[in-house]
Every structure is written in structure tokens, then in C-alpha cells.
Design a protein around this ligand. Sequence first.
Ligand SMILES: C[S@@+](CC[C@H](N)C(=O)[O-])C[C@H]1O[C@@H](n2cnc3c(N)ncnc32)[C@H](O)[C@@H]1O
Length: 273
Amino acid sequence: MNYRHAFHAGNFADCMKHALLLWLLDALLRKPAGVLVLDTHAGVGAYDLSSSEALRTGEHHGGIARLIDHPPLVLQPYVSLVTRLGLYPGSPTLIRAQLRPQDRLACCELHPEDAATLRARFSRDQLVSVHERDAWEALGALLPPAQLKRALVLIDPPYEAADEFTRVSQGLIRGLSRCRFGVFAAWYPVKHRAPVREFHRVLRESGTRDIVTAELWLRAPLDASRLNGCGLVVINPPFGFEDAARGLLAALLSRLGHGEHGEGFAVERLVDE
Ligand SMILES: C[S@@+](CC[C@H](N)C(=O)[O-])C[C@H]1O[C@@H](n2cnc3c(N)ncnc32)[C@H](O)[C@@H]1O
């Protein structure tokens, strides 16, 4: 457990993940019935972009800092939420800001210090529960939601372990077996193509239906040592996700791209409904 999100908060990958996540959440919240959001790898919930960790990498300069002033229209809901929340918000804080009284947020974080920080952040919040527990085990234990009929699951692991893609595909399949109706979104890095192709193949051949992938690349994914792009695989996406994702990714690229060879985005249907 060496990964600390404070070094990466606000980078281009965070912006991509959070902009798509908020669209998914907003789509689910259009209906009155309550929703459980399960954030399996939650982090600490908010990040100081002037901290020594953030300054050491400066990654947010290539991400949120390029969006804050005059964001493209489709990114305005996301960027105005980031601005309104003060300290740069992680996924639990962004999700919590959108919840209605009938919704719930369950956060899992395995790092003891980070789990304690997150628990303190939401200590008086009736809508949020924080679990210091393993995400992969929680996908079986916390699903299906006890009283709610709808669910959004965000899976956002650090990809420190060599077999993280395998764990994500197994986690998705496990989660779906417990909660068939859930919308599942899993973030993944695009460094080079081979592991991503294999990840997609496993999902395609898993028997799971209704899978869409959205990817953003800042350069051709050829160098396995660099985060050249990232993706979000979405299972059971709400109606309109593919068009919305194209609009969001185009807007993100227009601000975050550097004109490098191979930059681009794609939204593809991996498996039909
Ligand atoms: C990429 S960060 C999460 C960022 C957060 N989702 C956001 O968008 O603000 C991944 C987090 O997962 C935690 N983590 C790593 N392995 C885990 C596991 N097996 N179960 C739960 N949390 C884990 C790490 O400590 C880290 O805080």
C-alpha cells in the first residue's frame, strides 16, 4: 500500500474520472428512488493542492488547473462543483455533494490513516458510511444494497499490483453477480495497449452484457512507463452515456491535450445490451 493519491489529485486522469462519474450519478438521480453509491477505493476525500505532495509532482497543473478558468460548457457542472467545494474534492466528496436525503454513500478505504481521515470528514453525516476494509471483499459484502433498489459502484484502484486488471475484472463480475441492476464504473490506466486489450477481452468473454468503454489519451499509448491515457469501463450505463461521454472527453482533450502525436479519445461499446 504505497500509493498515495495526494501526489496525483487533480491530474488529467482524476478530471476524466470525476467528470464521467458525475454524469453517471446525475443520470441516476433523475429518478426519485434512492441510490446507493459504493466507492470501493475512496482515498481521503479532499486534497490540498498546495501540499508538499501535490507540489512535488505538480500533476494538477496538467489537469484541474487547466479547466478552472472558463471551462467548456459541458464541463461547467463538474468544474463549478470543484470550485464550490473548496479543498480539491476526491470522489467521496463529489458524490456526497450530489446526494439527496433518500440516497446513501458507502466508502471503502484500506489504508488505516486514510480511512481514519475519511471517517473524520464524514463523522456526523447520516448519508455516508466509511469502511476500513478491502474493496474486493466489500463488493461481495456490501452488495446488493440493503434497502435501496438502485446502485452506482465506482472502482478506482491504484494499479500498484501486477494483477490489478485481473482483480478489477473479477471484482466487476463478482459485484454484478450480487447486484445485477447496478451501474458499475471502473477506472483504468492506459500506459501501453497490451494489458488494456487483455482486460477488454476478459470482460467481453465473461458473459456480462451492456459494457461501454471511454478512453482519453494525451499521447500514443506506447511507453509502458508513462500514464499516457486512461479509461473508464461502464457496465449497465444509463441511457445517453455514450454521447455524453464523447462530449465530455472532447472537451477535456481540448483543454488538457498538448497536441502530441496519438492524442485522442474513444467511446466504444464492448458488449451489446
Ligand atoms: C486512486 S486512489 C482513490 C481516489 C479516489 N477514488 C478519488 O477519485 O478521489 C486509490 C485508493 O485505494 C486505496 N486502496 C488500495 N487498495 C485497496 C483495497 N484493496 N481496498 C480498499 N482501498 C484500497 C488506496 O489507499 C488509495 O487511497
